[in-house]
Design a binder for this molecule. Structure first.
Ligand SMILES: Cc1cc2nc3c(=O)[nH]c(=O)nc-3n(C[C@H](O)[C@H](O)[C@H](O)COP(=O)(O)O)c2cc1C
Length: 318
């Protein structure tokens, strides 16, 4: 596929509006972003605070697709109306969140084993939502064939896209994305399909790209956070990145400054920045040392010194 569409995966707590804005200022190659899930609530509880992460004034400039999680069609439709009022034309329904408390309430991936319930929900949602609806799915909860039983239901509705992460919920993020299971789903889904899972380097992207010649939509999560140059690398086909450390430093400094402006207290701020480094530190020659040191740090001033010193000495090894 010569012109792949690359989409930032939603990652709750990490790919916030602050992160997304800084990311797009420092790196290229991404075509769109999906925002982390917002739980659906009843109409009277919808307010700007709930929608803050997707308020257009906070957007990065790339097309953004808000994501909703829930199992109440009326709440979904009301939220979709609020998002439509903000200017959104499409909303994604999360049918993939693997966390036990979520799936026990039949939300996220917890709906995958219940095609009849999904059918009833989609009937109302598709009839009444002013936004187009896409869905993000896994293979199932524990049984990887659940998605295959859900596909005939998905095919009956005018969905704009189905994003498939080929793992079960019980796997969480363990093991490998199952390309064989993805192939079976891809063959049966009548809507545009987006592949998501383990695109951590150019070689894996090329493998998926070669296997599925008609696929042109790819969603990148952890791999892109670990190597923010990955979309540029995929689009150029050139694995070498110039001035990687300086660009990573500038991106980091901007993310840190945004969080410093809104998070009170060194400890919560450090929590955010530790999560930030949990991804790209693996691609720094001294990343293990850096990560170990910042995990022990309690003060933001010390943190800044540690990051500065380690980046001065680091090489980018992705
Ligand atoms: C910390 C974290 C938060 C996530 N939050 C969301 C979310 O809000 N909505 C969603 O659909 N998926 C969420 N995901 C799943 C990712 O979007 C993606 O499907 C998954 O990481 C697999 O893609 P990857 O291998 O490219 O990372 C999250 C994953 C992680 C690790």
């Amino acid at each position: 596929m010569s012109n792949p569409i690359l989409i930032l995966a939603p990652m709750r707590g990490i790919t916030t509006m602050y992160y997304r804005k800084a990311f797009v200022r420092h790196f290229t190659g991404l075509d769109a972003e999906m925002a982390p899930f917002i739980p659906t609530v009843s109409a009277e509880k919808i307010n700007p605070k709930l929608l803050k992460d997707v308020l257009p004034e906070n957007n990065s400039g790339l097309p953004l697709i808000p994501q909703l999680i829930g199992n109440n069609a009326d709440d979904f439709v009301n939220m979709a109306r609020a998002l439509h009022d903000l200017g959104y034309e499409e909303v994604n329904w999360n049918l993939g969140c693997p966390h036990k408390p979520v799936r026990k309430k039949q939300r996220g991936s917890g709906l995958l084993p219940h095609p009849d319930r999904v059918d009833a929900l989609l009937e109302t949602m598709c009839a009444q939502s002013p936004c187009k609806i896409s869905v993000k799915v896994r293979l199932g909860v524990s049984d990887p064939t659940e998605l295959m039983r859900l596909i005939p239901v998905l095919n009956r509705y005018p969905l704009s896209e189905v994003i498939v992460h080929p793992r079960t919920a019980e796997q969480m993020y363990d093991g490998k994305a199952d390309l064989g299971a993805f192939a079976m789903a891809f063959q049966e889904i009548k809507h545009p399909v987006c592949y998501n899972g383990d695109i951590n380097d150019l070689a894996f992207f090329q493998t998926v790209d070669k296997c599925f010649s008609t696929l042109n939509r790819f969603m990148l999560g952890r791999g892109l956070l670990a190597n923010p140059f990955l979309c540029e690398v995929i689009k150029s086909g050139n694995p070498k990145t110039e001035k990687a450390i300086a660009r990573l430093r500038a991106f980091h400094d901007e993310v840190l400054a945004s969080y410093e402006a809104v998070i009170d207290g060194d400890v919560p701020l450090l929590g955010k920045m530790k999560e930030f480094w949990s991804y790209p530190s693996g691609n720094l020659s001294n990343g293990n040392k850096l990560f170990k040191k910042i995990k022990k740090t309690q003060r933001i001033s010390t943190y800044k010194n540690i990051v500065g010193e380690h980046l001065d000495a680091a090489e980018w090894i992705a």
